[in-house]
Design a protein around this ligand. Structure first.
Ligand SMILES: Nc1ncnc2c1ncn2[C@@H]1O[C@H](COP(=O)(O)OP(=O)(O)O)[C@@H](O)[C@H]1O
Ligand SMILES: [Mg+2]
Length: 327
């Protein structure tokens, strides 16, 4: 086993006139959980496809588990497992038959002992003869990971493993991914566009936007870069830039849709001033963002990672309640 599970240099993918992945340098330490975090269309899947040999590399180099993906594709593939974003299970087959099929695809002869151990580990042993069509989402996810682990890979790729899952199943899967990483001593490279997922799960994160890495580090390192809060503010009528500049603690102002994104030294200080100076009825939207991977992304790219800020508390409601309580 090499110290680095994945090394890519200048990794590039061009589709016609689109450079989907643009000279990416990537080093993933053996044994870790590495997250590629970025919005839809950033190039995450394309990177995984190049690293797993599913898509040709336009230029650059990549080694996985010590094997050059282009020069030694078969060796590399033997040491790689991959969990696709889309469903790969055959519903009409049982868990055991799905494992058998996977063993055939991997040209494995000795696989039954490993398969049994995996079923036990994932708590699927009792249901191994049942058709997968009747499994819960959580059980299906477990089986998908078991299939990817069957040939004992050293590195496992998971493309948006929790996309579309409810919060509970997502948390269950995080535990599972941590467990697999620990118990099977397997390096995990996963992609996500969920900030809190990368934060909770990954020991190292690369933020990707338009095919380029805009930042890399541990989640804490990345968050420490931004020593500021962000306030997303929309008023009707809109406040002028001069009015915004007069607010205390404003470091920078950026147009954001029909409102503004203010980078401020302290959200509490600036918010108090906003609510003191502006008629609260004119405030259409106000959200506060403390230093987070999302604010790192906003700081670096000037745009939001997630189109909807559903997880961000609505400070307008908060202040409305506060005022009501003070009456
Ligand atoms: N086979 C393809 N042909 C042409 N363009 C593609 C192909 N696959 C992906 N793209 C484009 O490459 C960019 C990156 O896509 P992708 O890697 O799937 O992003 P992500 O996984 O981060 O959402 C997108 O603009 C996408 O439309
Ligand atoms: Mg993708």
């Amino acid at each position: 086993m090499t110290a680095e599970a994945i090394v890519a240099r200048g990794l590039t993918k061009v589709y016609g006139r689109l450079t989907a992945v643009d000279h990416v340098d990537l080093t993933v330490a053996t044994g870790g959980i590495f997250g590629l975090l970025g919005p839809n269309g950033a190039g995450k899947t394309t990177i995984i496809k190049m690293l797993t040999g599913l898509s040709e590399i336009t230029s650059g180099t990549a080694t996985v588990a010590g094997f050059d993906v282009r020069q030694q594709p078969m060796h590399a593939k033997q040491h790689i497992g991959w969990v696709a974003a889309e469903v790969i299970l055959d519903d009409d087959l049982s868990a055991w038959e799905n494992l058998w099929l996977q063993a055939q695809l991997q040209r494995m002869t000795e696989w039954t002992e490993r398969a049994r151990a995996l079923l036990r580990y994932f708590d699927l042993d009792e249901r191994r003869g049942d058709k997968v069509g009747g499994y819960s989402t959580g059980m299906r996810k477990k089986l998908e990971i078991a299939l990817a682990l069957l040939h004992q890979p050293e590195v496992i790729f998971m493309d948006e493993p929790t996309i579309g899952l409810d919060a509970n199943t997502r948390r269950m899967l995080w535990e599972l991914i941590r467990g697999v990483n620990r118990e099977f001593k397997i390096t995990v490279l996963l992609t996500s566009h969920y900030i809190e997922e990368a934060d909770a799960l990954c020991d190292h994160v690369a933020i990707i936007d338009h095919g380029r890495f805009v930042a890399q580090g541990t989640p804490d390192e990345l968050k420490a870069r931004v020593r500021a809060d962000f306030i997303e503010l929309e008023t009707r009528p809109p406040m002028s830039e001069a009015q915004l500049r007069e607010l205390p603690g404003v470091l920078s102002i950026q147009a954001q849709g029909s409102g503004s994104m203010l980078k401020v030294a302290s959200a509490d200080e600036t918010l108090a001033a906003i609510f003191a100076r502006v008629d609260p009825r004119s405030i259409h939207r106000v959200n506060v963002e403390r230093p987070s991977l999302e604010s790192v992304f906003v700081d670096l790219t000037g745009s939001r990672m997630e189109a909807t800020a559903g997880d961000v508390p609505d400070y307008r409601k908060f202040y409305a309640n506060l005022r009501r309580a003070q009456r």
